[in-house]
Ligand binder design. Structure first.
Ligand code: HEC
Length: 163
């Protein structure tokens, strides 16, 4: 067999092996369905926060107790601001702390694997946002602010009665 013939066979073999190798590599396919279930609550020592933009994989990084410390603190600020007073930034404070509470409650929705926990966390979030809106209204309705604050308080109790 001539040298050129050997070279030719070797080249063919290399091409063939190369083609087979490329075909055998796993092809990356995007996940067909994004996870829709609420992920399990993170433990405080879980140092893997979700840093992807996909909201479906969002996971809290702190314990429920710590989250509640924040919710309780925001609620405390609200209870100081809600009673009508001459305080200059009172309505702004109500709006801000209600939104803080709404966002923390939004995180709380990810702590419950049970549907009723999720729904009660959503209730608190919805009421807190309504309270923020009421405080930002052009002509704030004080009676509505008082009622919404009482509703908010009851929404905390509803969950604490069960969990
Ligand atoms: C959907 C459920 C849920 C809602 C709504 C909720 N909480 Fe909680 N809260 C919990 C759970 C569960 C605990 C117990 C946490 C633990 O100790 O592990 C708790 C505990 C607390 C604590 C004690 C924290 C500690 O030191 O352990 C405070 C304060 C608190 N909540 C405030 C509030 C306030 C104020 C609201 C309403 C604005 C509220 N929570 C709404 C579930 C809820």
């Amino acid at each position: 067999m001539s040298v050129s013939r050997l070279l030719c066979i070797a080249l063919l073999a290399i091409t063939l092996i190369g083609a087979l190798w490329i075909r055998s590599r796993p092809v990356a396919t995007p996940r067909a369905t994004p996870p829709t279930t609420v992920s399990a609550a993170a433990t405080p020592d879980d140092d893997q926060p979700s840093d992807v933009a996909d909201g479906s994989s969002f996971r809290p990084v702190a314990s429920v107790a710590s989250l509640m410390a924040g919710i309780g603190s925001a609620f405390g600020q609200l209870s100081k601001a809600v009673p009508p007073s001459e305080e200059e930034h009172r309505l702004g404070a109500i709006a801000t702390w209600s939104e803080v509470l709404a966002e923390l409650s939004n995180v709380n929705t990810r702590h419950g694997l049970e549907p009723d926990y999720f729904e009660m966390a959503v209730d608190t979030r919805v009421i807190a946002l309504e309270l923020a809106r009421a405080a930002r209204a052009e002509t704030p309705d004080e009676a509505r602010i008082t009622t919404l604050f009482a509703d908010l308080d009851n929404s905390c109790g509803a969950c604490h009665d069960v969990y």
